[in-house]
Design a protein around this ligand. Structure first.
Ligand code: SF4
Ligand code: SF4
Length: 641
């Protein structure tokens, strides 16, 4: 593999590829940003994850290179989300090869050829061969399978180096699949294509299914049917409110998730068997209670934002809302991070309304405008991270907010006592600091708040020092941390039982639902403005915001929480803690803090949800249980097929 291009060269190459129609401006900008930030996801996976979970997290970390070969398709799917981009053109082979080679130079290992329909490109086989030549480890095509119904084509693709075909099959009968794809014979040719690919013995075949009102009732039968045809991996795609599906077929495709839940749960339970891999794509998280391992890897949000980058960046810079803004938002998987979070973040920033702000004194301001935007806030909490007490003092003096609370997080070995009188709360994040701050001679005074950034190790240390917990009382705060990956939870976090023991020892828990703590808790610092979120012009940087959302803001509650007395004040759990420990740890309570008698049943809760839906407004429900609301029950007609 040749060395990666510098960013100026890359920028020029991208512009040329945009002109040649290989990339949209959004895709080029996303690729450039990802390359500049050099994000690495290559740390080892922890041993505490089982095989299916390890496979999934590893897949999420794969360095993929998506290449669209055409803007034309030989089917006319009713739910096509890309229909507005299909202008009937294919992209020149030379330009595609340039882009394929560029992916390798950027360190991408998996080549994914898509469209339109990738295989209708007349030089599809040559593109596969070229991908192999430039050194991709794995070459995949996303296809409707029709072209592979020609035995010779399937064999030639395998010989050229194709490793995997993801075939879109949305039904298990010709009647259903042909209707949904708007294409007579789509089913028989797709099925034949799958058989031909399998017969090569070299190509792994898996299936994409777009869930919709026409097929959700037969999902269990569909999975069993394709399993009978040797398929072991399925990707279930939730409808998105774009393209033909929303504009032309909304009434016949969009459905109420509450109606679909029993069918989905049967299918999910079936897929728990060994060797079957089921993925969900954009499925609202709250409907996966009991099947948390099916929750989509949060990083997929990044590619969702990449797809509309010009929209979101324009919004952050100018305030012009995305062109998809409007009734689509109610059906959109991005509603949580986008309309419900990004918009309020921008408004708060402009109005100076962030109550909680953070700054790392080691980082330079990207520009004066960023400093001005940060300083124009009127926070009640400031957190300063600094290498030593002197730097922390300078930063605290420099940021003279009229504050209620100043938190300081120092590096190991720095002396916190030099900050007494300046800081209200000290953050402990290592064992050495726990010893120094809580046991040292002298320890920090008892009237100073100490927030322990919890790890399993630190939680164990606190439990081993009950006298410290007793003496500090509610001035000792133990804050559950959040992680970018689920493996961070597996590696570092205390489990719910350990959290309960800490609360019983008298420690005040932070960022933990009250039902887990069994005692009063402190909410997470959210929303908070981290200075590092700002770009040189003082706007929120889109990529950093998405990362911030995943790490800090992506929290969920169970559907059952609508009946909990705490629901208005509770943030729920961070997505990755929830993926590890499940919705079951959330136990709705009555006003006296006692668990509700039927708190654990998902089946009764979906019934309750229907009642709740009937009683509450849609906005109210979203506010209560999170942003991924149940689908609107807009159209109630029966399936047409
Ligand atoms: S939530 Fe955001 S991405 Fe989704 S439709 Fe609305 S504006 Fe567009
Ligand atoms: S709202 Fe949900 S997560 Fe929060 S305390 Fe109640 S049951 Fe627990």
């Amino acid at each position: 593999m040749s060395s990666p291009p510098d960013t100026d060269t890359l920028d020029r190459e991208m512009q040329r590829l945009v002109t040649q129609g290989v990339l949209s401006r959004d895709e080029a900008a996303a690729l450039l940003d990802a390359t500049r930030s050099g994000q690495s996801r290559s740390e080892a996976l922890p041993s505490g994850m089982d095989d299916k979970d390890r496979v999934k997290e590893q897949a999420a970390r794969d360095k993929r290179h998506w290449v669209r070969t055409t803007r034309v398709c030989n089917q006319r799917c009713t739910f096509c989300l890309d229909s507005m981009n299909q202008d009937g053109t294919r992209i020149e082979t030379a330009a595609l090869k340039t882009y394929i080679a560029l992916g390798r130079r950027l360190g991408r290992e998996r080549l994914i050829l898509s469209g339109g329909e990738a295989t209708v490109h007349p030089e599809f086989l040559e593109l596969v061969r070229y991908g192999r030549e430039v050194g991709y480890d794995w070459i995949q095509v996303v296809t409707n399978g029709m072209m592979f119904s020609y035995k010779g084509f399937a064999r030639a693709a395998a010989r050229a180096g194709l490793n995997e075909a993801t075939v879109s099959m949305h039904g298990h009968t010709a009647q259903l699949h042909d209707k949904l794809t708007g294409t007579p014979s789509a089913f028989v040719t797709g099925l034949q294509g799958i058989r031909n690919l399998q017969a090569t013995g070299q190509v792994v075949v898996n299936i994409d299914i777009v869930l919709n009102k026409q097929n959700y009732r037969v999902l269990p039968e569909m999975l069993a049917f394709w399993f009978g045809h040797g398929i072991r991996e399925f990707d279930l795609l939730h409808l998105v409110p774009f393209g033909r599906g929303f504009d032309e077929h909304r009434a016949s495709l969009f459905f109420d998730l509450n109606d679909a839940v029993p069918y989905f749960r049967r299918a999910f339970a079936w897929a728990d068997q060994p060797g079957v891999y089921l993925w969900t794509n954009r499925m609202p998280v709250t409907y996966l209670e009991g099947f948390e391992r099916l929750i989509q890897e949060p990083h997929k949000l990044q590619s969702e934002f990449d797809g509309g980058r010009h929209n979101f960046e324009g919004w952050l810079r100018t305030g012009v809302k995305p062109d998809c803004w409007g009734e689509r938002c109610d059906y959109c998987f991005l509603e949580g991070p986008c309309r419900a979070t990004l918009l309020p973040y921008r408004e708060r920033l402009l109005q100076g309304e962030f109550a909680s702000v953070r700054v790392d004194s080691r980082l330079a301001w990207p520009g004066d405008a960023a400093q001005r935007a940060f300083r124009s806030q009127r926070p009640t909490r400031l957190r300063v991270t600094a290498p030593d007490a002197t730097t922390a003092t300078e930063t605290l003096k420099d940021l003279a907010f009229p504050l209620a609370r100043r938190d300081v997080a120092l590096a190991d070995g720095a002396d916190p006592t030099a900050l007494l009188g300046q800081a209200d709360r000290f953050v402990v994040s290592t064992l050495a600091q726990a010893h120094a701050y809580l046991l040292g001679a002298p320890a920090l005074p008892a009237d100073v708040e100490i927030e322990v950034a919890l790890t399993r190790e630190l939680a164990g240390w606190l439990l081993d020092h009950p006298e410290v917990c007793r003496a500090r009382g509610h001035r000792l705060i133990a804050a559950l941390q959040t992680h970018e990956f689920r493996s961070g939870v597996v590696d570092h976090d205390p489990d719910p039982q350990m959290l309960q023991r800490l609360a019983q020892a008298g420690v005040r828990l932070k960022a933990v639902p009250r039902c887990i703590a069994g005692a009063e808790v402190e909410p997470a610092d959210r929303p908070h403005l981290d200075a590092a979120l700002l770009d040189g012009a003082g706007h929120l940087d889109l990529d950093r915001f998405v990362h911030h959302y995943i790490v800090h803001e992506y929290r969920v509650k169970s559907l059952r929480c609508v009946r909990c007395a705490e629901v208005d004040h509770c943030d729920g759990l961070h997505i990755n803690y929830l993926r590890e420990h499940g919705f079951g740890v959330m136990m709705p309570q009555d006003a006296d803090g006692r668990p509700l008698s039927d708190a654990t049943s998902f089946e009764t809760l979906t019934e309750a949800l229907r009642e709740t839906n009937a009683r509450r407004s849609r906005e109210d429900l979203k506010r209560l249980v999170g942003r991924h609301r149940p689908e609107a029950r807009a159209q109630d007609d029966a399936p047409e097929v």
